[in-house]
Design a protein around this ligand. Sequence first.
Ligand SMILES: O=C(O)c1ccc[n+]([C@@H]2O[C@H](COP(=O)([O-])O)[C@@H](O)[C@H]2O)c1
Ligand SMILES: Cc1cc2nc[nH]c2cc1C
Length: 353
Amino acid sequence: MPAYRDVLARIPEPDAEAGSQCQGLLDMKTKPQGSLGRLEELACQWATLRGEPAPAMPRKGLVVMAADHGVTEEGVSAYPAEVTAQMVANFARGGAAINVLARQHGVRVEVVDMGVRVPVEGLEGVRMHSQGPGTANLARGPAMSRKTAEEALSVGALLALELADSGVTLLGLGDMGIGNTTASAALTCVLAGVSPDMATGRGTGVDDAGLTRKVEVVRRALTVNKPDAADPLDVLAKVGGFEIAGLAGAALGAASRRVPVMLDGFISSVAGLVAARLCPKVMPFLLASHMSREAGHRRVLEALRLRPLLDLGLRLGEGTGAVLAMGLMDSSMHILHEMATFASAGVAEKSRR
Ligand SMILES: O=C(O)c1ccc[n+]([C@@H]2O[C@H](COP(=O)([O-])O)[C@@H](O)[C@H]2O)c1
Ligand SMILES: Cc1cc2nc[nH]c2cc1C
């Protein structure tokens, strides 16, 4: 059995009792009840998912999965496909935005080559799990076989298990892949039930003509491939990407170990949606870090019933928004562990009037 199928059968239920006990602890802190708003919600969510009223501070990890997309030959990106490999080298050297933010927030980063066109073999710190030299052009036929989609899902699931075993308790998802907003738009159309013009955005910054072309390409991908919305693996194989499949697998693997998953922008949220369609039990473990500028992101978060923590106009990917939001999770846990209570600080509680 492919590894990802094994993990999705093991995703536990959240522990609502641990969450309400966590709220009880927060209510004893020296503040009007509920006044830390979503930070309190985050703390309780963390408790619910970890299954303890006062869990330890998160140990943060992030997987950045990179792959190329055959659909770039349709002229759907503002940047050339070579940028995917070049950015993987940049990640390995520690010079990308994600490296900077991860260092600031103490997040361990794992970079995975899931199928970059020109392999980046030999780069220290890059894990090689290439599924091929990029996907096939999804506007002309399936992006990959069903078997490859399952293999990529399994790579992600096994990596998440490995990270959980080594102590990671909060996992962020990041992506890198020129052309991947086209694949993500096509996935969004099928899995969230929206039209190509609603799901498609400017990605790295295509102009108006590029956007019109991109919507047409997404429309053609759906007509040519006829993905079956009731069969998420079929959808993923036909109009997905290697890195998207890997990230979906990572979400499933993390959830199976009670490791909450911090989604990033459009692409990693689509991966979350793929995971949710494969196994709805993953849904409580998915957290939305931010609202991307990319047009389709809102639709994906709506389909996942998630409310993003931040709205910073980001549209970079790489896991940048996920890492920023992990800082909020840290803050919520510092509050839970370090704030004085009304009793310990001798502060008068709410009047009973
Ligand atoms: O995270 C997002 O919401 C996001 C929105 C737009 C673009 N990106 C990044 O830009 C690349 C894909 O853009 P494109 O135009 O080549 O499809 C890919 O590397 C993504 O990480 C990411
Ligand atoms: C330079 C560059 C960096 C990126 N990081 C994620 N997607 C990207 C796309 C481009 C073009």
